[in-house]
Design a protein. Structure first.
Length: 83
């Protein structure tokens, strides 16, 4: 098995209804010295929601969360939902 790059893993807490805005703050869309933000946006993205996470989001907010996840995945990305 390939060695895991745990140092490259980042976790953020925020409002799922503002997912794209949160990640635009964390990963600049233009190259910034010392930042890997542009690479995040230039690459294909996998957006996943696992476990019962969607189930605990209020039902009236779920469509908005789905839209945010799809926007974040982009045209070349993948959205994974596991229940």
């Amino acid at each position: 098995a390939p060695e895991r790059k745990v140092g490259n893993t980042q976790y953020f807490q925020g409002d799922a209804c503002q997912l794209s805005d949160l990640l635009k703050q964390k990963f600049p869309q233009r190259s910034v010295r010392g930042s890997r933000g542009a690479e995040f946006w230039d690459d294909s993205r996998v957006v996943a929601c696992v476990g019962n996470t969607i189930g605990i989001i209020p039902e009236d907010l779920r469509p908005r969360v789905y839209d945010e996840m799809a926007e974040l995945a982009g045209n070349d990305g993948v959205l994974v939902m596991v229940y």
